[in-house]
Design a protein around this ligand. Structure first.
Ligand code: TXA
Ligand code: MG
Length: 321
């Protein structure tokens, strides 16, 4: 870990770390974020590993320009355009339909992506020099308070981050406000740096959501992706019970009983949980669109990122019990 003052030279080093698939903690106007190249699924998987979350949670993509937004999301709605003009750069996160280029590990399998343009020079320079959006959650470890100084990041997550850019204190000090505008309603998913009333002045009344989250209690958001077709944990008895069905299977590191399946996917040939996490959601999406009757997925060891993988799979399997 290197704690570096956010000079141009050090920002350049941080850009190189991101290009090489590493993690950089950086200041925004709200709180410090722990960032990875948003287009690099394995680098994004590292974020979950380092935060030690027991579950996946979709991440915000941080952008530095509207051209970057065009690449990653749809935003034809006039109210969304109005909010962008009025509040960006700033502590407003918008939930938008994602484009294909956004890896599913960023959105935890959802078809929407959270996006914001931070109002912080260091963050904007880092993103624009990388030329790609930076995926970043707040740089606290699971269930601890959000970091508003570089030293908070050092204390909570220091040893696992390649570079921590010190850009001084965060001005806003609370996370961004999260808004989702749908055809029939406009939701505030998380209160934050821009007061609700200011947003309501701009676009009218907001409704709360059943998914409301408290910025200080992460992981409360109950939106989860599950595949459209039944999914079960792989076992030989399950295989026997579903003999005549069209089955797609996801194995952890090596395939078994190959002639029983229509499609076989392997999460990581080397048994690397980070690689497995980076592919999980993409595989589920691929399989759910193949006209199969059933997905069987092999359980992985419940350590490290395996805990989050098994959390996600168990929720999906439970849906079809
Ligand atoms: O101010 C902030 O927003 C900070 C700085 C670093 O930008 N970031 C931050 O990220 O607070 P994080 O990951 O701690 O919180 C993002 C929240 C999560 O609770 C997540 O569930 C929600 O945004 N979120 C992300 N993608 C979503 C989506 N597609 N639909 C609904 N909620 C989403
Ligand atoms: Mg957070």
């Amino acid at each position: 870990m290197k704690l570096l003052e956010a000079t141009t030279e050090n920002i350049n080093s941080a850009v190189q770390v991101l290009k090489d698939g590493g993690l950089v903690a950086f200041p925004t106007e709200t709180v410090y974020g722990i960032g990875a190249n948003g287009f690099d699924p394995i680098a994004v998987a590292k974020i979950f590993e380092v935060k030690k979350r027991p579950a996946f949670n979709p991440l915000i993509l941080h952008i530095s320009s509207i051209e970057m937004l065009d690449k990653i999301a749809e935003y034809s709605n006039s109210k969304i355009k109005f909010l962008i003009d009025k509040f960006w750069p700033g502590p407003l996160t918008l939930i938008l339909p994602k484009k294909e280029i956004v890896p599913y590990i960023v959105t935890s399998g959802l078809e929407t992506v959270a996006v914001r343009m931070p109002n912080n020079k260091v963050a904007l320079e880092l993103i624009s020099k990388l030329g790609k959006p930076i995926a970043a959650p707040s740089a606290n470890s699971f269930s601890r308070l959000s970091p508003t100084k570089a030293e908070h990041v050092v204390n909570q997550l220091g040893e696992n981050i390649d570079i921590i850019l010190d850009g001084g204190n965060c001005q806003v000090g609370v996370e961004s406000t999260i808004i989702e505008i749908l055809e029939d309603k406009q939701l505030i998913l998380r209160p934050g740096g821009i007061p609700t009333e200011e947003i309501e002045k701009a676009i009218g009344k907001l409704s709360g959501s059943e998914n409301v989250i408290n910025p200080n209690s992460p992981g409360q958001l109950q939106i989860h992706y599950a595949p459209k077709i039944p999914i079960k944990f792989y076992s030989e008895s399950e295989l026997e019970a579903n003999k005549n069905k069209k089955i797609g299977v996801i194995f952890f590191n090596e395939s078994k009983f190959e002639n029983h399946f229509d499609v076989i996917k392997i999460l990581s040939k080397t048994g690397d949980l980070r690689e497995a996490a980076s592919k999980l959601f993409a595989f589920l999406h691929e399989l759910e669109n193949l006209n199969l009757d059933l997905i069987l997925v092999e359980p992985v060891e419940k350590s490290n990122l395996g805990i989050a993988i098994m959390d996600r799979l168990t929720k999906a399997v439970n849906k079809y019990l």
